[in-house]
Design a binder for this molecule. Structure first.
Ligand code: DQA
Length: 141
């Protein structure tokens, strides 16, 4: 199986950005680990990060032509604002899992609403980088 992991805005700063909230691993550390996990399970994992909403929409569209079985997405702050990313995920009709490193429900109320959750197969929050791995393992099964 082929899984696409998408990281939204500011996640390129992982490891430096508010490590008490988001952990000390860099995005490269996380992506490398996910590729190893996917390979161990006999599949592949592509990763993508952008700070730009339109680029994220384009990447989701592109997945339609790539035999992607599942998307794992942490849309960062766009989770709480982006009808466009919601529509892109609905449009390509590839099943997806929503991941957040932090427990968004413990935080500001503006982080409690997601434009993606009701379309997602599942949502993982608050487990740090392990949330991506758990989502990937589910998607690979
Ligand atoms: C986040 C939570 C969002 O509210 C925030 O804007 C992020 C990261 C998380 O992984 O915990 O950028 O998606």
């Amino acid at each position: 199986r082929h899984i696409l992991v998408i990281h939204g805005p500011n996640l390129n700063l992982l490891g430096q950005r508010e490590p008490h909230i988001y952990g000390s691993q860099t995005l490269d550390d996380i992506n490398q680990h996910l590729r190893h996990v996917a390979a161990d399970l006999g599949g592949t994992c592509s990763t993508y990060q952008s700070n730009s909403e339109g680029a994220l929409v384009d990447r989701i569209h592109q997945a339609r032509h790539e035999q992607i079985d599942y998307i794992v997405i942490n849309a960062g702050a766009y989770t709480h604002t982006s009808v466009a990313i919601r529509d892109a995920l609905a449009g390509v009709a590839i099943p997806f899992i929503e991941v957040h490193l932090s427990n968004v429900h413990q935080r500001e109320t503006f982080r409690h609403h997601s434009y993606l959750s009701d379309l997602a197969k599942g949502v993982i929050v608050g487990l740090g980088a392990y949330g991506y791995e758990a989502a990937l393992r589910y998607a690979m099964a």
